[in-house]
Design a protein around this ligand. Structure first.
Ligand SMILES: Nc1ncnc2c1ncn2[C@@H]1O[C@H](COP(=O)(O)OP(=O)(O)OP(=O)(O)O)[C@@H](O)[C@H]1O
Ligand SMILES: O=C(O)[C@@H](O)C(=O)CO
Length: 422
């Protein structure tokens, strides 16, 4: 029976957290939405796990919808037996003045009858650190990093407290690195200070050891919030937690579907364009005749498989920022198109899909009717292969999926990820 329940605000974040939990000794299942673990095989998978991560597509949803789905996830996790909870948001704090990090954290605290929670975006292995409340992405402050230009959540400040304050009804407080470095006991008593009793508390961390200290200091807190880094300090009961074997064999058809406009993905798209057969989504063609435009992309991918099964085609939405279309429906159109490509390509034989972008991954996995994901071979920090069973409407096929966060992975990930799939 699981004891740790996590709610991730997007799908790449869910597999990011799950891969860290597996590495730390938790048998972990990723469930697609709260309903996936209420009965059937999803329920059985949850019962056999130490940790369950529920993947939501709530990061950029309307606030009320994000709150409702997060509360539904909390109810499902409690019903499954979980006693501690982890709200996983993005390591670059992707959100707007309205939310959804603050409103979801507030709602989860209220539902648990709790008053305060730590807020820990730091994830040093991917370059995210927090010092004096400012979030850095490698050497740059968040608002000076390419996250400034994100199509859905442009990050125009780097002070986590200032980003969070307009989103929450609670006061926002900061606990600095000096307190963290004083050790878990000192940090625990600092967090128990009555001045922080009702607050969301942003905690500095620049190294993995800081995250382990924060995890130890908060081990009695029913709710923690953060990126995946905090899970480094959560030791599970099974150091040998197994990883799923691949569903597909080498040479079986694969595809890269990229809807991300993030800078790391743009470098990966550039590398992919140099080494893989590729096509960019044509938004005008999709608007004019959606089915025909998707049909062209699918036909292209199938022809690529026939020519060279070892070089998966790359279907991508953004090569450079000039490709971005700022009309309101463009992002939904791209998500719908890549999701339609995924279902049609799986029907045509695709067994391995590398998807770039959290929203994009949510659209693809939902369209495939996947209910649970089992973590397989790791690819890069925060990126892993996972084994998924498609819904009956997609033939119930088992496929391998890698859900890559927009800003994770080396430039050659689209060509190199396949070699670790065993
Ligand atoms: N050409 C385009 N014009 C407008 N919107 C686009 C275009 N291409 C992609 N998008 C949209 O941009 C959004 C990118 O978000 P997504 O979460 O998929 O990537 P990301 O933010 O880089 O990833 P992550 O959340 O994992 O960091 C998607 O909604 C996608 O549909
Ligand atoms: O924390 C991160 O950066 C990622 O897991 C993520 O949330 C990507 O969308």
């Amino acid at each position: 029976m699981p004891t740790l329940g996590a709610i991730a605000d997007d799908f790449t974040g869910a597999t990011d957290l799950a891969t860290t939990l597996v590495a730390r000794g938790h048998r972990t299942v990723v469930a697609v939405g709260p309903d996936s673990i209420t009965d059937g095989p999803g329920r059985a998978a949850a019962d056999a796990a130490d940790a369950v991560v529920i993947a939501l597509k709530s990061r950029t949803a309307p606030v009320a919808e994000a709150v409702d789905s997060s509360l539904a996830a909390l109810r499902a996790l409690r019903a499954a037996g979980c006693r501690r909870f982890y709200f996983k948001f993005c390591s670059t704090f992707d959100s707007t003045d309205r939310g959804n990090i603050g409103p979801v954290a507030d709602a989860l605290l209220d539902a648990l009858g709790e008053r305060r929670a730590v807020v820990v975006p730091s994830f040093p292995v991917t370059g995210r650190t927090v010092y004096r409340g400012r979030l850095f992405v490698h050497d740059e402050l968040l608002d000076e990093s390419p996250m400034r230009h994100h199509p859905l959540t442009p990050m125009r400040d780097s002070h986590v407290g200032r980003l969070l304050a307009p989103q929450t009804t609670r006061p926002v407080r900061l606990v600095g690195l000096d307190t963290v470095r004083a050790g878990a006991a000192a940090l625990a008593s600092a967090l128990d200070d009555p001045a922080l009793a009702d607050a969301l508390v942003v905690v500095d961390a620049t190294e993995d050891e800081d995250l382990r200290t924060i995890a130890t200091a908060t081990r009695e807190h029913p709710l923690v919030t953060g990126a995946a880094g905090l899970a480094l300090g959560l030791t599970g009961p099974r150091p040998d937690a197994a990883r799923a074997a691949a569903a597909s064999g080498p040479g079986e058809p694969g595809v890269v579907l990229s809807g991300s406009a993030s800078s790391a993905t743009r470098a990966q798209v550039a590398h992919g364009r140099a080494h893989l057969p590729h096509r960019r989504l044509d938004l005008a063609a999709l608007r004019a005749d959606f089915d025909a435009a998707v049909g062209d992309l699918v036909a292209f991918a199938r022809a690529c498989w026939q020519r060279d099964p070892l070089r998966p085609p790359l279907l991508y939405a953004v090569g450079d920022l000039g490709d971005l279309d700022d009309s309101p429906a463009a992002s939904a159109l791209v998500e719908r198109a890549l999701a339609a490509c995924a279902t049609r390509l799986v029907a045509a034989g695709a067994r391995r899909l590398l998807v770039a972008g959290g929203e994009t991954s949510g659209a693809v996995i939902t369209a495939l009717g996947v209910r649970t994901l089992t973590i397989g071979s790791p690819i890069a920090p925060g990126v892993t292969w996972a084994r998924a069973v498609c819904g009956d409407e997609n033939g119930g096929r088992s496929v391998d999926v890698a859900l890559k966060s927009g800003n994770f992975g080396a430039p050659d990930i689209f060509t190199e990820a396949w070699s670790v799939l065993v």
